[in-house]
Design a protein around this ligand. Structure first.
Ligand code: HSE
Length: 451
């Protein structure tokens, strides 16, 4: 029998407005797919809006909406970690299912929120929290449920990728592109979350939990953003056949060399555990991820026995995010209307009592290649001194470029290395920086061969 499913939208910013528009445009299709009527009964907004259909009740009391008998599913798209958390917890306690796009809240408080949802037998769905419109949560939790996930990597912040692409292709100024990303509705309310890598780190924490079956551990994600990337490094990397992309990595690291583990050198001194890190990364220009541009996101997953699969699409913006929000709503409608209350996919993909306590590795245990840029005196023997230090540390050089760009008798030297444990590289960099002929800090960007 056909029912009327009642939705409340909390927050009418880019995403909330996108959900309203999507329902206006696609309601007939959604009804055909679900078999039920879908009605927005309430919106939570601080100030009354005159552009909202008068049949929808506008209310600034979000707690009242979360408890309203006139609401079956609460859609939280206002962001933040204080009011949003209180409202979601209230809705769960009232037995309401919740859909949220709030990656910061879930990455930092998801363990508590999901436990409460389990207790109250409701769902907190969060497809829109990661990679915009790409259905990567569903893929990891459901489509790849038969696989052992070895590692995943990807571009998971649309704003950052948009900025890097515009800077590289058009030579545009960082702040100018950031303003455009804000105007297009891509950026977070606080855009430092985008450019300092924090937003990507939130998303990576979520992806890692559902990939590996571990509790959420945002505080252990190593995080570097894009603010220190210069056009100079972008250009040198391109001359050597590489692009610089801001990537997130979640890698299961084994104690023995394993063919499926990422960039594992045969003699690496590696630790067992999980790498969680976001940082700028050199990747070969012909790698698929190197050609993901603008606001697009992409996630590359290596799983056994499936192998590598790639998921690509808009990572931010009203339409993409609304698509993910409403996909969750459709799932919940199926749960609400199933005769036996339907299936239950665990919030973090694995049963809550079966989460693993595999350690998260510190950044100095990771293994990658490196791009190094040094500012050196243009005098005999300098290069030999630098390569001698790398050789002593057992670091294999893959390419060297010395640019005839003289500035005060100094030249830039660019070195690419093969994969090495980060702690070994730290020792070498400290020694190189101590050489009298080397000026300023060594620029270091990690490098992965993702072809
Ligand atoms: N600010 C985010 C981004 C929005 O640019 O990716 C989508 O999560």
């Amino acid at each position: 029998m056909s029912k009327s499913i009642k939705l409340a939208i909390l927050g009418l910013g880019t995403v909330g407005t996108g959900v309203l528009r999507l329902l206006e445009d696609n309601l007939a299709e959604l009804k055909r797919r679900s078999g039920h009527d879908i009605i927005i009964t309430e919106v939570g907004t601080r100030r009354q809006r005159d552009d909202i259909n008068p049949s929808i009740q506008q209310n600034s009391d979000l707690m009242a909406i979360a408890a309203s008998d006139n609401v079956d599913i609460v859609i939280e798209v206002m962001g933040g970690q204080t009011v949003a958390k209180d409202v979601i917890i209230h809705a769960i306690k009232q037995g309401k299912h919740v859909v949220t796009a709030n990656k910061a809240l879930l990455a930092e408080h998801g363990n508590e929120i999901f436990a409460l949802a389990e207790k109250h037998h409701v769902h907190v769905a969060y497809e829109a929290a990661v990679a915009g419109g790409i259905p990567i949560i569903k893929v990891l939790r459901e489509a790849l449920a038969a696989n052992n996930i070895e590692w995943l990597t990807g571009i998971i912040n649309g704003t950052g990728n948009f900025i890097m692409t515009e800077m590289r292709d058009k030579g545009r100024d960082f702040d100018d592109v950031l303003h455009e990303a804000q105007a297009l509705g891509y950026a977070e309310a606080d855009p430092t979350f985008d450019v300092e890598g924090i937003d990507a780190a939130h998303k990576l924490a979520l992806l890692a939990s559902i990939a590996f079956g571990i509790p959420l551990q945002f505080d252990k994600v190593y995080c570097e953003g894009i603010t220190d990337i210069t056009l100079q490094d972008v250009t040198y990397a391109e001359e050597l056949g590489y692009r610089i992309k801001h990537l997130g990595f979640a890698v299961r690291r084994y104690d023995t060399a394993n063919g499926d583990s990422l960039d594992m050198p045969s003699l690496a001194q590696t630790a067992t555990g999980i790498e969680l890190r976001v940082h700028p990364t050199l990747i070969p220009e012909n790698a698929l991820l190197a050609n993901v541009n603008g606001v697009k996101n992409a996630v590359l997953v290596n799983s056994h026995p499936l192998g590598q699969t790639l998921y690509y699409g808009d990572g931010a913006g009203a339409g993409a995010t609304a698509s993910a929000v409403m996909a969750d709503v459709m799932d919940l409608i199926r749960v609400l209307t199933a005769t036996n209350h339907g299936h239950h996919v665990p919030h973090l993909a694995f049963m809550p009592d079966a989460l693993a306590d595999t350690p998260i590795l510190a950044i100095d245990h990771i293994v990658t290649g490196y791009y190094l840029r040094l500012q050196a005196d243009d005098t005999p023997g300098v290069l030999a001194g630098v390569t001698g230090i790398l050789s002593e540390a057992g670091i294999n050089i893959d390419a060297i470029l010395q640019k005839p760009v003289h500035q005060k008798g100094q030249v830039p030297i660019i070195i690419l290395t093969l994969p090495v444990v980060e702690s070994q590289m730290n020792v070498a960099i400290n020694k190189i920086e101590a050489l009298a002929a080397i000026h300023s800090k060594v620029v270091r960007i990690r490098l992965h061969d993702l072809t």
